[in-house]
Ligand binder design. Structure first.
Ligand SMILES: O=C(O)CCC(=O)C(=O)O
Ligand SMILES: [Fe+2]
Length: 209
């Protein structure tokens, strides 16, 4: 059993399902050919998904070399490669729906699913772009579903500049596209405010990390 997420009362009786995309998706253009799409509340009944993922995903604590030190990665991780069964059928459905909406523009399907578990406000992801694979040299897309407690996702132009802040709430979808991974950076900052757990599910094309 992971950290407790206070289920949103409104959500409790709702069926777990993905909503429509289409005209409900709002695109914001950034500089240098980057953009992001937002679809708040794409997943309804998301409490069930949060609970299942928190309990049943074999979460991994990782350590990474940072210069001359080895440090704990400040979040738990689990990567599902393209042929791995996803840990909940709604994620297969979400990926199919994302592909129906984005595949033509993306030029290939979303295939892999990376999961992150932010246990509390001390967990975070530092400024970065997903530049492994196609994301480093060409336009691509990364689609993220957020469940659990809201956390802000920050975006800033690579090399510095004003950052944009979007609170990603329970069931929300954000898709970063165009040149976003190589010309902009994103982060989930730490916070000292009491913050419950959040799980993010990132769908990416083959090879992008
Ligand atoms: O948790 C998120 O929404 C972002 C995660 C992320 O940027 C990554 O894993 O590359
Ligand atoms: Fe990322």
């Amino acid at each position: 059993m992971g950290p407790i997420f206070q289920a949103s009362l409104l959500d409790l009786d709702e069926e777990l399902r993905v909503g429509p995309l289409g005209a409900t998706v709002r695109r914001t253009k950034l500089s240098r050919g980057a953009w992001f799409d937002l679809r708040p509340g794409w997943l309804t009944g998301a409490d069930q998904l949060y609970e299942r993922l928190a309990e049943s995903v074999p979460w991994q604590a990782e350590r990474r070399r940072m210069y001359d030190r080895v440090v704990d990665v400040p979040r738990l991780l689990k990567f599902y490669d393209e042929d791995d069964p996803l840990p909940h059928p709604i994620l297969e459905e979400a990926r199919r729906a994302l592909n129906a909406h984005y595949e033509e523009e993306l030029g290939e399907p979303f295939r892999t699913a990376g999961l992150c578990f932010y246990r509390d406000g001390r967990d975070s992801v530092a400024w970065h772009g997903d530049t492994i694979g196609r994301g480093g040299t060409e336009d691509t897309m990364v689609a993220i579903i957020s469940v659990g407690c809201p956390r802000p996702l920050l975006l800033r132009p690579r090399g510095g500049g004003h950052s944009l802040r979007h609170e990603l709430g329970h069931g929300d979808l954000i898709v970063m596209g165009g040149s976003c991974q190589r010309t902009w950076e994103h982060a989930i900052p730490k916070t000292s405010r009491p913050t419950g757990p959040r799980i993010s599910i990132q769908f990416r094309p083959r090879g992008v990390r």
